[in-house]
Design a protein around this ligand. Structure first.
Ligand code: 13P
Length: 255
């Protein structure tokens, strides 16, 4: 079994490179004693990645988005190859905050393809907008998975990560996040859909991580009781101590 993975999504924070260097330094320091126990990926705003990654061997970086195109007249886009060339190894694809700005499943599937072509690891985000007791959110989740992975072939599944991020749980607090029981059921559901699309053996190899108000207070029960392989952490990754406490919870649980 692979090590758990914890991904920091800094989103549009912090405001300047000076602040980013402070947060980066504090995060590295806090992680020093626990780094080997879990894979850690930092996804700062792209404008900081090259600067922070320069000469840096101990930290793995990811981007928060990627272009579906490799090159050409596409103003504002950033290709997978260029991400790779500045030291990026992972990329978040199809985050709900990008989907809310118009990114469709088709666009997401093309971005996943572009990332795989360049040997970047796509962290493919899926998650329902609202959850209802009749389970109709499962249809939304299933469609999102099928469509977002439409350009992936079976033997590539082990090269990507699924981030289950229910939109309603993002940006709140540990008390409002999905609980371990609900997460466990959803992880089983996601693996069932992956088995339907691909096959059982390939589906079993995919790392499924959770995002949505992961904080030190809920990290341990979520990792121990739900079957996820790690977390995609938003606001708590902007505080080095909180983030390292989350990493530590994962490291301890998989010993
Ligand atoms: P929060 O941890 O702030 O809820 O954000 C989750 C997220 O969107 C990570 O990608």
């Amino acid at each position: 079994m692979k090590k758990p993975i914890v991904v920091a999504n800094w989103k549009l924070n912090p405001p300047t490179i000076k602040d980013a260097r402070v947060l980066f330094g504090a995060t590295k320091k806090a992680l020093r004693s626990i780094r080997t126990a879990a894979d850690v990926v930092l996804c700062p705003p792209l404008s900081y990645v090259g600067l922070l990654a320069k000469g840096e061997r101990s930290v793995v970086f990811g981007a928060q988005d990627v272009s579906s195109d490799a090159r050409g007249a596409f103003t504002g886009e950033v290709s997978a190859e260029s991400l790779r060339s500045i030291g990026t190894q992972y990329v978040i694809v199809g985050h709900s905050e990008r989907r809310a700005r118009g990114e469709s499943d088709t666009m997401v599937s093309k971005k996943v393809r572009a990332a795989l072509e360049e040997k970047l690891t796509p962290i493919v985000c899926v998650g329902e907008t609202v959850r209802d007791e009749h389970g109709s959110h499962l249809a939304e989740l299933s469609a999102e998975l099928r469509n977002s992975l439409s350009e992936v072939v079976r033997n590539e599944l082990s090269r990507l990560i699924i981030a289950y991020e229910p939109v309603w749980a993002i940006g709140k607090s540990a008390d409002d996040a999905l609980d371990a029981h609900g997460l466990h059921e959803t992880v089983i559901f996601i693996r069932k859909i992956l088995t339907d699309i691909f096959d059982r053996e390939s589906a079993a190899k995919v790392r499924i991580i959770y995002g949505g108000s992961v904080e030190p207070a809920n990290a341990q029960p979520l990792i121990q009781e739900s079957g996820v392989s790690g977390f995609l952490v938003g606001h708590a990754s902007l505080d080095a101590r909180s983030f390292s406490a989350i990493v530590k919870a994962c490291a301890v649980s998989k010993k």
